[in-house]
Design a protein around this ligand. Structure first.
Ligand code: GLU
Length: 282
């Protein structure tokens, strides 16, 4: 039997906060309990926001929490060729199309329309209807574009209902029906970098042999897209566990820019790792 593989996958675009501490500690604790491996993956595909300085602080905070992880660490930005291969594969299956719409075009065309599970307007599909000649012509004119998944076409390949195994906050596992259609034609390759969160996380989890994805509930609905991509790319599905979200004093989800709950600030006030565990009720 292969050992279970867990991972904590922060984006190096700010300070780690209490929510990250919960994710990292839970992953490490669960890996330990299962006799499994624990990996840290740096999700640095966003060229504008990812900083090596934040990455160093992430490692420092994790070590301070008493967490140990396997080295070398995988950085997503160093594996863009693998994301490209996945895009090529999807393209050959005919489920990708270039989209030339600007943010403004999309806002104007879809603001009154249906919203995705994150509350953003669903892409109205404008560029899905371009002819092959129009696409080729606009690409040859160097018009910037993203690559979108033709959701309806991708769903037409499914032969059985798409599900995932969810163990939630509790001990029992249940099957959840995935609903990727709720996201519409998601972007799989951005303008500035030829990959996207959905594509990179799916490809990298598979490449690293991740068997258990433990992450915040804010990514629960995104799992539907990841399951669809796994089916399309012929990749094994991990088990998922979407844990509680830590809220700030204002009752809102913590963000990387918040000062008070950042681990760095808490460390500065003299808190010990055991205090963090207690705060997190671990
Ligand atoms: N990189 C993502 C984040 O920092 C987490 C991705 C995941 O765990 O799937 O929010």
């Amino acid at each position: 039997m292969t050992r279970p593989v867990f991972r904590f996958a922060p984006s190096p675009n700010g300070q780690l906060h209490l929510g990250h501490a919960l994710s990292a500690l839970l992953n490490r604790d669960l890996a330990r309990a299962a006799g499994g491996r624990f990996l840290v993956r740096i999700e640095d595909i966003d060229p504008g926001r990812s900083k090596r300085g934040f990455e160093a602080q992430i490692f420092d905070d994790l070590a301070w929490l008493g967490i140990d992880w396997e080295k070398p660490v995988r950085r997503q930005s160093e594996h863009l060729h693998e994301h490209r291969l996945a895009l090529d594969f999807l393209n050959r299956r005919g489920v990708l199309y270039p989209c030339f719409c600007t943010r403004g075009d999309i806002r104007a065309a879809s603001s009154a329309g249906p919203k995705d599970p994150d509350g953003a307007p669903i892409y109205p599909g404008t560029c899905r209807h371009l002819t092959a000649a129009e696409r080729a012509q606009r690409i040859s004119r160097n018009e910037p574009y993203v690559l979108r998944l033709d959701m309806a076409r991708a769903l037409s390949f499914l032969r059985t209902p798409l599900v995932w195994t969810e163990s939630g906050d509790g001990e029992t596992e249940q099957e959840v029906e995935a609903d990727p259609g709720a996201w519409g034609d998601v972007v799989l390759a951005r303008r500035d970098v030829a990959t996207s969160y959905h594509l990179a996380v799916t490809v990298d989890d598979a490449a690293q042999g991740v068997t258990h994805v433990v992450r915040g509930k804010d990514l629960y609905h995104a799992t539907s897209v990841h399951r669809l991509l796994q089916e399309m790319l012929d990749l094994r599905a991990p088990v998922y566990r979407h844990h509680r979200i830590i809220l700030g004093k204002d009752g809102k989800k913590l963000s990387k820019s918040d000062g008070a709950e950042s681990l760095r600030v808490m460390r500065g006030t003299g808190m010990a790792p055991a205090d963090i565990r207690r705060l997190l009720k671990l």
